[in-house]
Design a protein around this ligand. Structure first.
Ligand SMILES: [Zn+2]
Length: 438
């Protein structure tokens, strides 16, 4: 072997085991909700944080690679607890699109926007488990996958009539069928179980409460937590009473009250906002204000943007007879999310991005803006998308806050997100498990 080749091999093996990064001179926003730490430093070995804090307490290790982040801000990666992976190409949803290449393209798009983990809510195919397993063996270079696998609805229930959704969820008509489906799902070890509980404003069939209750209880027996797409107050309350882990959307038919708050508190039910999902129901009924925003165009191709701006597309949105109600649903969702949070209900960060015209990555930042508009402070929003959302997943020992022992899932910003959450868009770089992915 030539000496040259030997030295290359030696260099490569030194990269493979024991790479240490030393990030320095940044302002640390660790996601715990405490004050930012100026002049901070962080040591990351093989993707895990070994030390982090004020630079005088975190010296530069020998043989590390220093990255100077003077003037920059480091916050935790964004965890989105409600997305949908792999079924959409451009504006078309079809389960045929669910390929490794398409899922990975979307995970990379999320990562470009600082979204370092996503929980895909019930529209996945078995391939998702292979992709998740491969990620969990090593250090991912794109957003981390969490999945509810194949979700549940009633026979011909919502959302099976949505374009590209026929055949995607289980369609369950009896408790016996619940058990059969759960026996099929459980060995795949989904991170959560998902149910769609909605009649889409009276236009579709809603799964009956007793079947949903049977799903929640069958899931619980197998050790799984259930998240439900809900719209109505009555469903949120009835399912929380049955032990629901999370409402995967806000209540939108009325303002929440103390009775629901007490029920959710007693049963430990979490609330996910998905405010931007409501925005998406009406924002394209006119040329959307962000169509030429470089932060949008960086991931959305010209033909999609041209379609969104076209008369035909806009007319189609305007033809929806329920359109006038949608802005009110957003306002109700905003009010309810803040009210539940203030009452001490656990709130996680979620967008419902991924379906057609709900743009992965970009929408997570719109969600932050809508939360700010609802009265959340930037610090609260950051804590919700990092610490709280990691706790929701049960992964708080590995991700979430920036602390010793956690994976280095980080977003480096050139502006301070604590003064204005829109500064979270000023992305300099993104790290997942210490891998620089942007
Ligand atoms: Zn969804």
């Amino acid at each position: 072997m030539s000496r040259h080749l030997f030295s290359i091999l030696f260099y490569l093996s030194s990269l493979a085991c024991g790479e240490t990064l030393y990030l320095r001179n940044f302002t640390l926003i660790d996601g715990s909700g405490g004050p930012a730490v100026p002049n901070a430093a962080m040591v990351v070995t093989d993707g895990r944080i070994q030390a982090v804090g004020s630079k005088d307490k975190v010296p530069e290790p020998k043989d590390s690679r220093a990255i100077d982040l003077a003037g920059k801000f480091v916050m935790p990666g964004v965890i989105n607890l409600h997305g949908h992976l792999g079924n959409v190409v451009d504006l078309t949803q079809d389960p045929k699109n669910f390929t490794k290449a398409n899922v990975e393209a979307q995970l990379k798009t999320y990562a470009q926007y600082g979204v370092t983990a996503v929980l895909s809510m019930g529209s996945d195919q078995p391939l998702v488990y292979d992709l998740r397993a491969a990620q969990r063996k090593g250090r991912p270079t794109m957003a981390r996958i969490f999945t509810a696998g194949k979700g549940f609805t009633g026979p011909a229930g919502y959302p099976t009539s949505a374009p590209g959704m026929k055949g995607v969820p289980y369609e369950i008509s009896s408790p016996a069928e619940v058990q059969k489906a759960m026996d099929e799902l459980a060995p795949k070890n989904p991170d959560f179980v998902k149910i769609w509980v909605d009649d889409h404003l009276g236009k579709e069939k809603k799964i009956p409460t007793e079947i949903s209750a049977a799903i929640i209880s069958a899931a619980k027996k197998k050790g799984f937590r259930t998240c439900a797409h809900i719209f109505y107050y009555a469903d949120a309350k009835a399912l929380s009473e049955k032990g629901l882990y999370a409402c995967a959307h806000s209540v939108r038919d009325r303002e929440v009250d103390d009775a629901l708050i007490q029920t959710m508190k007693k049963n430990g039910t979490w609330q996910l906002g998905t405010l931007v999902r409501e925005l998406s129901t009406f924002v394209f009924s006119k040329p959307a204000p962000f169509l030429n925003d470089p932060f949008f165009t960086m991931s959305v191709n010209k033909s999609v943007r041209d379609t969104l701006a076209s008369d035909a597309y806009i007319k189609k949105q305007q033809a929806d007879k329920d359109l006038p109600k949608y802005p009110g649903f957003l306002a109700t969702a905003q009010k309810n999310l803040k009210k539940l949070y203030d009452a001490g209900i656990r709130v996680g960060f979620a967008t419902d991005s991924g379906p057609p015209a709900r743009f992965s990555g970009f929408f997570e930042h719109k969600e932050m803006e809508l939360m700010a508009q609802a009265g959340f402070t930037p610090s609260q929003i950051i804590t919700i998308f990092s610490k709280n959302s990691a706790e929701f997943l049960g992964w708080q020992k590995d991700i979430g806050t920036i602390e010793k022992g956690h994976w280095a899932d980080l977003v480096v910003l050139t502006k301070n997100p604590l003064t204005d959450i829109r500064n979270a868009q000023a992305i300099d770089s993104v790290y997942i498990a210490g891998n620089k992915v942007r």
